[in-house]
Ligand binder design. Structure first.
Ligand SMILES: *[C@@H]1O[C@H](CO)[C@@H](O)[C@H](O)[C@H]1NC(C)=O
Ligand SMILES: *[C@@H]1O[C@H](CO)[C@@H](O)[C@H](O)[C@H]1NC(C)=O
Ligand SMILES: *[C@@H]1O[C@H](CO)[C@@H](O)[C@H](O)[C@H]1NC(C)=O
Ligand SMILES: [Ca+2]
Length: 223
């Protein structure tokens, strides 16, 4: 009997960690600059990626550099990294290589970001508030590796760690989704306008995540 009860308890505690949460009316608030507060996102499927799109919304008044989406593998800490390198510049890293995109920022507005990449051409699309930036390319023919640690709030310099306070995100993040294909422009327009689509790698509407440190879940004050 005791063994059965223990079994049931283990079963329910496993459920507790794997039951996904609908985050669609929520944002993650990173209220303070720290070297440890972060959110670990657990993907729905583990696979290497020939194509991908990541979309999210962020609201911050940071003028220094910071990480928006850090995807590290055991062999490459910047396997896939969306990084704000300075005011007016976004970087995308794939397989530890980097490209930069220029944009005019407005710190009083939240930003909707979509970044996509396809291996066959290496072309990256960077959409900022529904506007495509000048296309660039990298890592043609590469495969983004699976078994990653996917972290919001901190930038990984090793698998799941080696964070730096000066690269941390302070502000609010929501609508984080990731697909294993390149979204069409009309799909991105709809997401920008607040429509939701289910995503197959990370789905904000059915999210598995773990909060570490000072991160607060709130209703958004912004669209
Ligand atoms: C990736 O995209 C290319 C070009 O759009 C397509 O031909 C290929 O089938 C896609 N690969 C996967 C695994 O979906
Ligand atoms: C930034 O956005 C605010 C709010 O919409 C607007 O009032 C302001 O003019 C914008 N600034 C620039 C430089 O575009
Ligand atoms: C992580 O940081 C520590 C302390 O700065 C350093 O000694 C170590 O080499 C780093 N590890 C990796 C894998 O970068
Ligand atoms: Ca790094």
């Amino acid at each position: 009997m005791e063994r059965i009860l223990t079994g049931i308890l283990v079963f329910y505690s496993l459920l507790g960690t794997i039951a996904p949460t609908d985050m669609r009316s929520k944002v993650l608030v990173f209220p303070k600059e720290t070297s440890d507060a972060h959110v670990l996102l657990i993907p729905q499927i583990e696979k290497s990626l020939e194509n991908f799109t990541i979309c999210l919304r962020a609201y911050t008044d940071l003028t220094r550099h910071y990480s928006l989406f850090s995807y590290a593998t055991r062999s490459k800490d910047n396997e896939l990294l969306l990084y704000k390198s300075q005011t007016g510049e976004y970087n995308l890293f794939i397989g530890n290589e980097k490209i930069s995109f220029k944009v005019i920022d407005n710190l009083s507005l939240p930003v909707h970001i979509c970044a996509s990449w396809e291996s066959v051409s290496g072309i990256v699309e960077m959409w900022i508030n529904n506007k495509p930036l000048v296309r660039k390319g990298l890592k043609k023919g590469y495969l983004v590796k699976a078994e990653a640690k996917i972290i919001l709030g901190q930038e990984q310099d090793s698998f799941g760690g080696n964070f730096s306070q000066k690269q941390s995100f302070v502000g609010e993040i929501g609508d984080v989704n990731m697909w294993d294909y390149v979204l069409s422009p009309s799909h991105i327009h709809s997401l920008y306008n607040g429509e939701t689509y289910s995503a197959n790698i990370l789905d904000w509407g059915a999210l598995n995540y773990e909060i570490k440190g000072y991160v607060v879940i709130k209703s958004p004050l912004w669209p």
